[in-house]
Design a protein around this ligand. Structure first.
Ligand SMILES: Cc1ncc(COP(=O)(O)O)c(C=O)c1O
Length: 212
């Protein structure tokens, strides 16, 4: 038996409910499953605000369940394993300031990270090199694609940025490059694996000629 109740879950109670539903179902059908796959969905803290799933409570609910049903439990964790292991490094290509709106235009775009455009997800953006001087303007960090959805984040009190500065879009290890596309015939960036002091290019940067 396999279930997967959703993603980015930070409350243990839906998992408690899920186990109750499975318990009811098994009682009804009177079948002993060798394996029960509880899926993934365990959420991570995208805002660095210490919000996290109470794994102890989830564990307690599973133990209670296992007292009644002697099956092997399987999980399918995705984001909780890899989410915070990936970053997207992007260069500031232009800073556009006006009376009403200010934009930091990056060379990364919604095709590289679709989560903000797709469902309003917010990924923290931090500078690669820290400087003390801050700006009190609100900046929209956007990509260069001509779409209103090509926006990553609005941010206040970000440090003063210049063109060619590098910024880091955090926590893109899950549903980042795996959901990336060549939208607008944009070549995908290189993917680099850092293991200890080793740096390995696992995917080469695409060239425009690869796509046409
Ligand atoms: C069936 C199934 N299992 C596991 C996962 C992984 O989910 P998560 O990354 O939220 O742990 C997904 C994600 O969509 C899924 O559809």
């Amino acid at each position: 038996m396999s279930v997967h109740i959703g993603s980015q879950i930070l409350d243990y109670r839906p998992y408690e409910k899920m186990l109750k539903v499975i318990d009811k179902l098994i009682k009804k059908i009177q079948f002993k499953f060798d394996y029960i796959d509880l899926g993934g969905g365990m959420g991570i803290s995208y805002q660095n605000d210490r919000k996290k799933l109470n794994y102890k409570k989830y564990n307690k609910a599973i133990k209670k369940f296992l007292k009644k049903h002697k099956s092997k439990i399987i999980f399918e964790p995705g984001r909780s394993i890899i989410g915070n292991a990936g970053i997207l490094v992007s260069k500031v290509i232009y800073i556009k300031e006006s009376v009403k709106k200010n934009f930091v235009i990056l060379d990364a775009a919604m095709n590289d990270l679709i989560r903000p455009a797709l469902y309003g997800a917010e990924h923290r953006i931090i500078p690669l090199i820290k400087r003390k001087k801050k700006s009190n303007r609100i900046y929209d960090f956007v990509g260069p694609i001509c779409e209103t959805t090509d926006k990553f984040l609005s941010s206040k009190n970000f440090q003063k940025l210049n063109e060619k500065d590098l910024v880091i879009i955090c926590d893109v290890g899950a549903y980042g490059s795996s959901l990336g596309s060549n939208y607008n015939i944009r070549p995908k960036p290189a993917e680099i694996l850092v293991k200890g002091s080793k740096v390995i290019v696992v995917k080469k940067k695409q060239k425009l000629k690869d796509l046409i």
